[in-house]
Design a binder for this molecule. Structure first.
Ligand SMILES: NC(=O)c1ccc[n+]([C@@H]2O[C@H](COP(=O)([O-])OP(=O)(O)OC[C@H]3O[C@@H](n4cnc5c(N)ncnc54)[C@H](OP(=O)(O)O)[C@@H]3O)[C@@H](O)[C@H]2O)c1
Length: 298
């Protein structure tokens, strides 16, 4: 089985490619530089170019490319890049797949639970509509919409609405670990905002489950079944590290000043998301409890 992966050098792509290869798949990474070896092929997401011969005959495509959402301040330029890298990349790929003679059976396309905006305490599943705000309306909705040509061409399209992936090798958890290790971890803002997390092991296994189950299509929340509030997350992470946490929360205005607009949508508000499609399709989570997941990844 040949599987094409974009964004394969990222946190999720690296873990997924390793697991797919261990499972016996031939993985071809679409890269934005000169390919090195038979297991890489070129694509230029911004200019609409893809090595079509590499795509011909592949059984599935997993599309994870996009500029990092939470790794730097949201300047106007970076916000444009967040949109552009996702919209243009998905347009390029979905258009190329739709035009192939031998089309892949499935396109699993990256997305995010930011689709739902700020849900407050309300738990949402895949039937919920898009929320408000920059991430939902300007990034995720247009990003998902670009998969339409592949769907119209008869390819099974799954939109991977990924939550906060917990890994010790990168992503948000790795960025906050040093602060917690110093005993300086604290709730952020009200602490009541929900963080819908998933362990990196479950993210990879869930994607493999989706690949192997052709009846799954459309949006799929890739999150663990028990989202927690930011205050609960803070407590659990302190406990996992055997470190105290601060009793007082970091006020919202401090975060807005320190990290800019991302503070509002990425940190101070959140989504309480349920993985209904994964559970209904029989996926058995390895880590349903946050303490178990943190123990596994730290
Ligand atoms: N990690 C999470 O917690 C999380 C949560 C929700 C959603 N997601 C989404 O899932 C996808 C993968 O996440 P990740 O954590 O693996 O991200 P990541 O570590 O930032 O990796 C993304 C990859 O995309 C490619 N890329 C970077 N900048 C790009 C640009 N300007 N244009 C086109 N491609 C670019 C790079 O791969 P190449 O250099 O190999 O092309 C990069 O390694 C992303 O779309 C992300 O938004 C992740």
């Amino acid at each position: 089985m040949t599987i094409i992966v974009t964004g394969s050098s990222g946190l999720l792509g690296t873990a997924l490619v390793e697991a797919l290869r261990d499972d016996g798949a031939r993985v071809v990474r679409l890269v934005r530089r000169v390919p090195e070896g038979d297991d890489e092929a070129f694509w230029n997401p911004a200019k609409g170019g893809v090595d079509q011969t590499a795509l011909e005959g592949a059984e599935a495509v997993i599309h994870l490319a996009g500029a990092g959402i939470g790794d730097r301040r949201w300047s106007e330029g970076h916000k444009r890049e967040l949109i552009r890298s996702r919209v243009e990349g998905t347009r390029t790929l979905a258009g190329a797949l739709a035009g192939l003679g031998a089309k892949p059976a499935a396109l699993l396309s990256g997305s995010a639970i930011g689709f739902y905006g700020d849900t407050g305490d309300v738990a949402v599943d895949e039937t919920a509509p898009a929320g408000e705000g920059f991430l939902a309306q300007e990034v995720v909705v247009p990003w998902e919409a670009e998969t339409a040509p592949a769907e119209e061409a008869g390819i099974r399209v799954v939109r991977l609405r990924t939550g906060l992936v917990l890994s010790g090798r990168g992503g948000m958890l790795s960025r906050i670990l040093p602060v917690f290790r110093m005993g300086l971890g604290a709730p952020l803002g009200s602490g009541r905002q929900y963080w819908s997390w998933i362990s990196i092991d479950d993210w990879v296994l869930a994607v493999q489950h989706i690949l192997k189950n052709p009846e799954i299509s459309g949006p799929v929340n890739v999150t663990a079944p028990e989202p927690v509030t930011n205050a609960e997350f803070t407590k659990a992470l302190g406990a996992a590290l055997h470190r105290p946490t601060m009793p007082l929360a970091v006020p919202g205005f401090v975060l807005r000043t320190a990290i800019g607009e991302f503070a509002e949508e990425g940190v101070l508000t959140g989504q309480r998301v349920l993985p209904r499609r994964l559970l209904e399709s029989g996926y058995a989570f390895r880590h349903t409890r946050l303490d178990e997941a943190l123990a596994a990844v730290i």
